[in-house]
Design a protein around this ligand. Sequence first.
Ligand code: HEC
Length: 208
Amino acid sequence: MSLRIRLLLTLLCATSTVQVAAASDSPPAPPPAAAADGPNYDADGKLLWPANYREWIFLSSGIDMNYNPLFNMPGHSMFTNAFVNPSAYHAFVASGHWPDKTVLLIEARGASGKGSINKAGKYQDSNFMGLEAHVRDTSRFEGGWGFFAFSSDKPAALIPQAADCYSCHAKHGAVDTTFVQFYPTLIDLATQKGTLSEAYRQDQATTR
Ligand code: HEC
């Protein structure tokens, strides 16, 4: 055996010994912990009211947007506020995709014009008009995502897959069937990460 080969073998043995030693010294890796802020369900599979969602990450507000029959209340002006659980937000910022156990919410609130010292424009009032959820839970939902609508803090049942929630979001959502095109800090990020859906890119091409 030449000196070079012997040297190489010695080196290889040394590194593998170090690796074995390192592996046997460290405890086995724990299974990945479920996100503490992920979705919770009751025994019937209804989604539990996410009590502290007002402490989650705020994505954006819309005013009098017109797309969802549930939120179309004639004669009412309203804001819609989008929130997401913090663990999912951080994963999105890193990858441009929503991870499993994402909970996206949209809260509808009354928009008032006159009140206190306000003279023009609109502000959000304390009139809560509903909360909808879009949840990624691949072990539970066909297609990976489920929609829910809360009218109070009681658990909400899964909206069936045939509902138009699923088709509109799949046809027009910018990323993973969600409306990232309306969340101003995330749309550029998703564009840079290359995670925009084919459906959204086609929408953009035809509306330009
Ligand atoms: C015609 C299209 C359309 C339909 C139908 C629709 N949505 Fe949406 N949805 C939107 C748009 C647009 C947004 C972005 C809203 C914003 O920025 O305020 C949105 C946002 C949401 C969000 C915030 C998370 C996300 O995916 O971006 C939830 C939750 C949601 N919708 C629930 C529902 C539910 C529940 C239904 C069915 C009852 C539904 N939607 C039906 C268009 C639709």
